[in-house]
Design a protein around this ligand. Structure first.
Ligand SMILES: C[S@@+](CC[C@H](N)C(=O)[O-])C[C@H]1O[C@@H](n2cnc3c(N)ncnc32)[C@H](O)[C@@H]1O
Length: 376
């Protein structure tokens, strides 16, 4: 969380929407489009106004966020006694329930308070004074960050990271995270109306995100969240799940297409589509890149693909051939389509022979990937 915030001590409430570094821009756009206010991209995420209800809405509705932190206090802390005192002043019971345990994590940097464990103990003191139990394995986490003597205390309202939508039982090799697929679709200008093709779809992440967006499905509809165990959490879930949803919107014909040369991936992707309720909107077929053809009966749309790259799967030399074949097939057969290629390897992107522009680096489990784009 950034500490350049201008929010005052008196009203520390606010959301910090965590995302993968490099995807702050698409997340900020998504949050604004979803009606959040005070939206500001900062390194590692996006700040927005709000309390627990807005946190619940963000968890359920935002596709590009990885986690939603609810800020409960922000103050200067030069020594542990101060941290102790301020932690006891936090209105914990307005957010947390007395019967639900929490755990406290702390990181201290460039600060007079420099022992994480000591900071944890002081904040735990504040939490227990409010009648809320502490447990090591608790599902709810209170995060304390002390940076340059500025202490920010937040409650993680998410739990398991948001890319786990709850439909992808089959994950295949080197899957893209759903949050990244959603952000890259947004960067490609996808608005739910265009056709989308992923020629190396693996578990189908890109195609499934596109279909869900087109169907107006709520990304968090099938999973649980930490906020549900907080004050009024159950009713907040119901409040923000009420509208929009319904399989009636996810009717065909298919506009979202995934291909892969691996039979297991295609079977797995079809299963994932069934579970997500978008089977009618998608088609997954086994095909090698060299046999790829644009789907019949749809206007040129978006090709978005995350081919294998070295360091994860495959051998770089062989991959040059694969990227070359991909580029040749796309330029010969996909006139009018927008192309996006997600890879960590600029040399491989170049091997496509396409006139690609690279986006900024995005952190994908420690590897920096980029979205390379062109219009054919
Ligand atoms: C990095 S994975 C894609 C992961 C996918 N985005 C997901 O989220 O699951 C690359 C995929 O390319 C497929 N692939 C590799 N060579 C191929 C080829 N010549 N034709 C079609 N698919 C290929 C692999 O089977 C693998 O599923």
């Amino acid at each position: 969380m950034t500490h350049s915030s201008t929010r005052s001590d008196a009203s520390p409430a606010g959301l910090f929407l965590v995302t993968q570094p490099g995807l702050e821009g698409p997340l900020a756009e998504e949050a604004r489009a979803a009606g959040f206010t005070g939206v500001r991209a900062v390194p590692g995420g996006v700040e927005a106004d709000g309390g627990l209800p807005e946190a619940a809405r963000a968890n359920l509705h935002l596709r590009c966020a990885v986690r939603v932190l609810l800020r409960v206090a922000e103050f200067r802390a030069m020594h542990l006694a101060q941290l102790d005192k301020r932690s006891k002043k936090v209105d914990w019971r307005s957010i947390l329930c007395p019967e639900v345990p929490v755990r406290v994590e702390a990181t201290c940097r460039r600060s007079k308070i420099y022992v994480n464990k000591a900071a944890v103990q002081r904040v735990e003191g504040g939490v227990t004074a409010a009648g809320i139990p502490i447990a090591k394995e608790a599902e709810i986490t209170v995060k304390v960050r002390i940076d340059d003597d500025l202490c920010t205390i937040s409650v993680d309202t998410t739990g398991a990271p948001l890319h786990r939508r709850g439909h992808k039982e089959f994950v295949g090799k080197a899957p893209l995270r759903e949050t990244m697929a959603a952000a890259f679709l947004r960067e490609m200008g996808f608005d739910g109306t265009q056709a989308v093709v992923d020629p190396m779809c693996g578990s189908g992440t890109i195609v499934l995100e596109a279909a869900e967006i087109a169907a107006g499905l709520i990304p968090g509809r099938s999973r649980g969240f930490a906020f549900e165990k907080m004050a009024e959490g159950g009713s907040l879930r119901r409040r923000y799940l009420e509208s929009k949803e319904g399989p009636a919107r996810a009717q065909g014909p298919a506009r979202f297409f995934g291909f892969d040369r691996n039979d297991g991936a295609i079977r797995g992707a079809r299963g994932n589509a069934e579970r997500a309720g978008v089977a009618g909107l998608v088609a997954f077929e086994r095909a090698a890149v060299s046999d790829l053809l644009p789907p019949e009966g749809v206007a040129p749309g978006i090709v978005l693909v995350n081919p294998p790259y070295g360091g994860r799967i495959g051998d770089r030399k062989l991959l040059f051939g694969l990227y070359g074949a991909l580029g040749a097939v796309l330029s010969a057969r996909f006139g009018g389509w927008s192309v996006g290629i997600v890879t960590s390897d600029g040399g491989l992107a170049k091997a496509t022979g396409l006139a690609l522009d690279g986006g900024g680096p995005v952190d994908h489990s420690g590897t920096k990937v980029q979205l390379y784009r062109c219009v054919l």
